[in-house]
Ligand binder design. Structure first.
Ligand code: WTA
Length: 651
């Protein structure tokens, strides 16, 4: 197992602790400490009770059926996700409550009340139906952070179609792979998107992506207009606004879905080059998302909730769309970058809309730290009452900076550990109950059973580290990998039967607090984005000059991890700076900008074992300037000296 010893040392010297204030505790949704024990004693009863916060067309008759590794939750229950997100709030007090407050990057903004949002979604559902979308069909969505994105997702769910959102930063090649895997007939995209005042050519990317795929129609939202340079292909491409205008204005009936019917597929990186289509179902996923809004985020009816993630990732699915809306919240959605037009944009948004709960990533906090507190200080952040982080381990310094400069030592911080696969937050303090320690995600939420185990699967003692595991099923767990159940079984349940292996290392301290140490597999976490080393390696060897490549993640002050690639070139190709630039560009073309290697090092050889396995561990040691670990299994130990020399020459 690869854990970072230096990181562990800093974490374990952390002895600051922050108990919930009496005032916060008194008002918290979850303020009875007995909840943990009761939920642990009977998790099914706990999850059956939480499910009552949703509206069911037909009640479930059994809470859980567990045939490891396959779980079914809320059997025979019928519901519709979109009905739960909007329609049920359109009657009564929330009818004219703001559902989505949207802020565009250039400064335009829109507010949708629940009633308005419901009408938009219904028109969009009529439009999708007119395009032939039926229950169970897959619809690909490749949109920037504009209101049409959640509207499109909810329109799919209202029909019972399965959406698969692809983050707009992905390349056309990545989009194409996902279209093919999901076997989708419709793609929804935009002419282009805004990013730091520049245009992202989404439609152009989509044109390349849909070639030789089953996509029959491309539905295009106009975000930029005629300056976007997007062209429409007659017969295949249609404008969203044209069809919306033509759509009937009567309500669209919500399709009653079985609790176990698929709600969406979201692709994520794994240890092989091929992304995995994570499958989430309607009932369980929605219960997980909804429950965590009330428990971890302590959501009240008058809160203004802002999750700064992109909906293209799971954080945005759960904490911009499904969680907040199912709970009837007012949410803020922001289209652009944190430094556009200036580095105080986030704080400006918090002040402008009176955000009360703010959820962001450690990498953003570290960036804000680097920029300095003067940007935060320009704004009044008194509305804030709770803050969260997600995506990667948060270093205690960043936690303290967040606590002091953003939360003004007044707001509890919920560090939430979870994954695309888990659907909703699994390890996080309940803010009215749990004393926090900077850098620790603390403990599992009620109804979730986690542990830290050794190689044999035996629980470790407090004070030790090992593999993080989830020992019992939970409602929002992935059900399978789309069209690859074998990979699902092997990846998550292959090491310990019946026990879910997330792929993270963790340390358990003397108070049984959990400290997540990062991935133990070949997945890198760059600025909170999961990237498979194999994906980047495949992209590199796809280039005509490259013979072989090994990719590792090395510690990076701001990004958490940065990508370093070691590349051997084909005979006769010279290692030039131009080639470095070209290879970086090639990776961006193949995957997307978030996978651009920070550095590329040319080498005549890669360190391999006698059975020709690349020893990435040693490459990591070199890149992080650590003492080189055990090299006895290397076929040719001199390779390491050569690489070390080369690396230090470069620095
Ligand atoms: C990492 C994002 C430490 C972890 C919701 C996990 C974290 C991967 C935390 C999932 C956290 C996420 N502390 N590490 N609070 N949250 N991670 O699928 O390695 O994009 O396995 O889901 O991010 O990334 P994913």
């Amino acid at each position: 197992m690869t854990t970072n010893p230096e990181k562990l040392d800093t974490l374990l010297s952390e002895d600051r602790a922050f108990a919930p204030s009496e005032a916060f505790k008194a008002k918290a949704n979850f303020n009875d400490p007995g909840i943990y024990e009761r939920a642990a004693a009977d998790p099914e009863a706990y999850w059956a009770e939480q499910a009552q916060n949703l509206t069911w067309f037909e009640p479930f008759t059994k809470t859980l059926e567990w045939n490891p590794p396959h779980a079914k939750w809320y059997l025979n229950g019928k519901l519709n996700a979109t009905y739960n997100l909007v329609d049920r709030h359109r009657v009564g007090e929330r009818k004219n409550k703001a559902a989505i407050i949207w802020e565009g990057e250039p400064g335009d903004s829109k507010v949708f009340t629940y009633d308005m949002l419901g009408r938009e979604v219904d028109k969009a559902a009529h439009m999708l139906k007119s395009l032939g979308v039926k229950k169970g069909d897959r619809v690909m969505i490749y949109l920037p952070m504009i209101p049409e994105l959640p509207v499109a997702m909810m329109a799919c769910a209202k029909i019972g179609a399965i959406h698969s959102v692809v983050f707009a930063g992905f390349s056309s090649a990545s989009l194409k792979d996902r279209i093919l895997d999901a076997d989708a007939k419709l793609l929804i995209t935009a002419d282009a998107g805004w990013r730091r005042g520049n245009q992202v050519p989404l439609k152009n990317n989509a044109d390349v992506a849909v070639e030789d795929t089953p996509i029959e129609k491309v539905l295009v939202v106009e975000r930029i207009g005629k300056d976007s340079g997007a062209t429409m292909q007659e017969g295949r491409d249609v404008f969203w606004h044209d069809l919306i205008k033509a759509a009937p204005s009567d309500p669209f009936p919500a399709e009653p879905m079985d609790a176990e019917d698929i709600l969406y597929i979201l692709y994520t990186s794994g240890t092989t080059g091929k992304p995995k289509g994570i499958v989430h179902t309607t009932g369980g996923y929605l219960v997980g998302a909804n429950t965590s809004m009330r428990s971890v985020f302590d959501l009240k009816d008058d809160d203004i909730f802002w999750c700064s993630a992109d909906i293209g990732w799971v954080t945005g699915h759960t904490y911009i769309v499904y969680g907040p809306l199912s709970a009837g919240a007012t949410l803020v959605m922001y289209e652009g970058a944190p430094d556009f037009p200036d580095r105080d944009r986030f704080w400006e948004i918090i002040e402008k809309y009176g955000v009360t709960i703010f959820y962001t990533a450690p990498t953003s906090i570290r960036t804000f730290m680097k920029w300095g507190p003067q940007y935060v200080e320009r704004h009044n952040l008194d509305s804030l009452r709770l803050m969260g982080t997600v995506g990667e381990p948060i270093n205690p310094e960043a936690w303290m900076w967040y606590h002091e400069h953003v939360g003004h030592e007044r707001c509890p911080i919920v560090d939430t550990w979870w994954q695309t696969e888990t659907g909703s937050a699994m390890i996080a303090p309940l803010p009215g109950l749990v004393t926090t320690k900077p850098g620790s995600a603390t403990r599992a939420v009620p109804g979730v059973a986690v542990d830290v185990v050794d190689e044999n699967g035996d629980p470790v003692q407090p004070g030790a580290g090992g593999y993080l595991v989830i020992t019992k099923p939970w409602p929002s767990m992935l059900r399978t990998i789309w069209r690859d159940d074998e990979r699902f079984q092997k990846t998550y349940f292959g090491k310990y039967p019946s026990i879910y292996l997330p792929g993270d290392g963790a340390h358990l301290d003397e108070d049984r607090y959990l400290w997540i140490l990062g991935r133990i597999d070949d997945v890198i976490n760059v600025s909170g984005h999961r990237i498979g080393t194999m994906e980047v390696e495949s992209a590199l060897v796809d280039h005509k000059s490259v013979a072989e490549a090994a990719v590792i993640g090395r510690s990076h002050e701001i990004k958490g991890q940065a990508i370093t690639a070691f590349v051997t070139l084909k005979e006769g190709i010279s290692a030039t700076d131009d080639l470095v630039t070209e290879l970086k560009h090639h990776v961006v073309e193949k995957i997307g900008a978030m996978a651009r290697p920070e550095e590329i090092l040319f080498t005549a050889e890669l360190p391999k074992t006698r059975s020709a396995k690349i020893m990435r561990r040693l490459l990591r040691d070199i890149a992080e300037g650590r003492a080189i670990g055990d090299t006895t299994t290397l076929a040719d130990p001199s390779v390491i000296d050569m690489l070390k020399q080369q690396y230090s020459d470069k620095e």
